[in-house]
Design a protein around this ligand. Structure first.
Ligand code: I22
Ligand code: ZN
Length: 193
């Protein structure tokens, strides 16, 4: 029983990855090119999401600020999920739906990249972050699941993992995040390792 459940989980992830590959990976390469262009224009990237996707936002920021595979200069990227004082004060005094958008108002500038991650595509705080980012002239990139939910309308570039199950979507996102890092390094530094 346990083995069958585990095998089914792996099969679903493989199927989603195969579909992503068959789709040509156009959204992934477009997102990476846009992020590389922003960095080469001295702009930064702000990443955000809830739960496992908050961890994914932090993972991406760590790869950019520290390094991925290549020894190269730090790249300006910030996860908006890490400062407990900022997050709790906004949630307590205003609304949980504003925890990302208020930080984007403070830190975001035109030409920066706002990268929102939501498996459902419908988390109100991620939607509000993307909405404010668009209003302020940031480029909006969304990582989501099949369909993209309400997020699709708020993203200049949407990477939609072709599956409906939250953990499987997150597993595809982990690969997409690493591909973005690899392609950004390749674009900016001529190689990725
Ligand atoms: O990691 C997981 C599930 O795998 C959870 O923590 C999950 O991220 C949370 O339930 C999130 O609140 C879901 O939000 P979203 O992906 O729909 O925006
Ligand atoms: Zn998870």
């Amino acid at each position: 029983m346990m083995q069958a459940v585990a095998a089914a989980g792996v099969q679903k992830t493989i199927a989603a990855m195969e579909q992503l590959l068959a789709s040509g990976l156009g959204a992934v390469t477009t997102a990476a090119a846009a992020i590389a262009k922003a960095f080469s224009d001295d702009k930064k990237m702000l990443c955000f999401g809830n739960g496992g996707s908050a961890a994914d936002a932090q993972h991406l920021a760590a790869e950019m600020v520290n390094r991925f595979m290549l020894e190269r200069p730090s790249l300006p990227c910030l996860a908006l999920t890490t400062d407990a004082s900022v997050l709790t004060s906004i949630a307590n005094d205003y609304a949980f739906g504003e925890i990302f958008s208020k930080q984007i108002k403070a830190l975001g500038a035109a030409g920066d990249v706002a990268l929102g991650i939501s498996t459902s595509g419908n988390s109100p705080n991620v939607l509000e972050g993307l909405r404010v980012a668009q209003q302020r002239g940031l480029l909006t990139i969304g990582l989501t699941g099949r369909g993209g939910g309400a997020m699709a309308a708020l993203c200049d570039i949407l990477v939609a993992a072709p599956t409906d199950e939250t953990p499987r979507i997150q597993e595809v996102h982990a690969v997409v995040i690493h591909l973005i890092c690899e392609l950004v390094d390749l674009t900016l530094f001529g190689r990725a390792k």
